[in-house]
Design a protein around this ligand. Sequence first.
Ligand code: ADP
Length: 481
Amino acid sequence: MERLLFVASEAYPLIKTGGLADVAGSLPEVLRQQGMDVRLLLPAYQQVLETIAPPTLVAELDVHGTPLRILGTTLPGTALQTWLLDHPLFTGRPGNPYLDTHGQPWPDNAERFLLLCRLAAAIAVGEAGLDWIPDILHCNDWHTGPAIALTHLHHPRPRTVFTVHSLAHMGLFDRATFERLQLPEDFWHEDAMEFYNQVSFIKGGLVYADCITTVSPNYAREICESPGGMGLEGLLRQRRKHLTGILNGIDSAVWNPAMDPHLAKRYSARSLGDKVRNKRALQARLGLAEGNERPLLGLVGRLVAQKGLELILPVLDEILALPVQLAVLGTGESHYEQLLQARAAANPDTMAVVLAYDENLAHGIEAGADIFLMPSLFEPCGLNQLYSLRYGTLPLVRAVGGLADTVVDSNPQTLADGTATGFVFEQPDAAELLAALRRATALWYDQKQWRQVQRNAMRQDFSWQHSANLYHQLYISPLKT
Ligand code: ADP
C-alpha cells in the first residue's frame, strides 16, 4: 500500500479560506478510500483546535532546533488520519491563517510556514522519529514549496509532487528574512528559490518537484506563457514535461442538491420544478422582490479583482436594467464591498449584497439563483462554476483557466447537440460580459431550452474519483527524465 503525505495550509472543514481547502479536504480522503495509506499534515491553528475533539499525541520532536508536537485527529466526516503541527506560531493566532485582524499578512509568515515545511521534510525523509515514512510527498501552494526543496537534499527520499492552486501568491520574502530562516545558501540562486532578489517559497516546489500539477489543463498551458505565468513562465516552460493539469473534483456529498441540508427544497435533474422554491426562499431571505418573472443572478466568492469585479462594476447599471435580480455573497477589498453595497441599497428589489463568509447562504445561492456569474480575469480551476453546474444554475464565465475547461457555451450548435452547459465570453471586456448576460437572459425566457441546458449541466461528472485516479497515476508511473 503506497504511503502518501499530503501537506497543505488549510483543509475543509477544519479551516478554509478558499478552493485549496476544498481540495485538501477531499482529494486525500478519496485516495485513502481508493486504498492508499494517507496522512494529511496541517498546522494546528487555534480555530482548528477549538473545533475538534481532544487530539492524540503522535510525537514530540525537535525540528531544526524548534521543539514541536504532532497531534493526531481525523478529518471530520472522514476516516482520514490528520496530523496537526502544534506550535505557538499557529496555536497562538486567532482567525485567518495568513492575515492579522487588519487584513495584513502575519509578519512572521515565512517562519510559520517554513516550520511546516521543515516538519514535512523531516517526516518525508524519515528524520521525524515516526514509524511511518511516505513513498510520496504531495505539497500544495507556496506555503509548502520549501518542503520539496528540503526533501530533495536527501537520499533516499520519496517522490515529490507539487500542486499549484494559484501562482498569484508566491510567498516572497526579502534577503534578511532568507538569512533568518537559515535555509541552505544554495537556495539563493535564480535556478533555485531566488526570484528577483527575493526568496520565493513557491519556487521551492516548482524547481525541485518530480511532478508539478495545476488544477486544470488549461491553467497548465496558461502559466507557461505571459501573463499567466506571472514571471515564472520561463521556469514553467523548462519544466513543461513534468507539468500536468488535473481538474479539481468537487465534494459531491456536500454539493448535491438532492441531499443538501442547507436548501429550502431539495431537487434533482428529475424534479427541476422544485428548484424555484429555493429561489423564492432566497429572495425572501435577502429582501428581494419575490417572484419568478425574471432570472436571478448569483455571485459567491472573494470580492477581489481576480474574480472579475472590474468587468461587472462598469456595467452594473445596465445589468440591473435587464430583467434580472442579483444576489452577491462575499468578502474582499473594501472598495468593492462598498460599491456593491451602495448599489444594492439603491436597488433593494433587484440587488442584495451580503458581506460575510456564509456556507449556508452560499448553498442557498447555488440552489436559488438561475445564473451564476463568474467572469474571472484568471481562474486556476474554480469550484463555484462546478457547484453551479451540479445545481442546474447555469454558469456565465470568461473563457479562462479551468472555467474554459468546464463550461460549454450555449450556441445553436451546442444547444442542438446537447453539450451546452452555460455561457462563455472570451475577452476581459465589460461589454462582452453584458452581451453574454443578454444571451443568457434571453435563453432563460425559453424555459424548454433552459431546462435542457440545466439537465446537460447537471449530468456532468466532476466527482473526485476521476481526478484522484489521475493523481494516483502520477504517484506511481515511471518518472520522466
Ligand atoms: P478561490 O479558491 O479563488 O477563492 P474557488 O471558486 O476555487 O475560488 O473556491 C472558492 C470556495 O470558497 C468555494 O467553495 C466557495 O463557495 C467558497 N466561498 C468563497 N467566498 C465565500 C463566502 N463569502 N461565503 C461562503 N463561501 C464562500
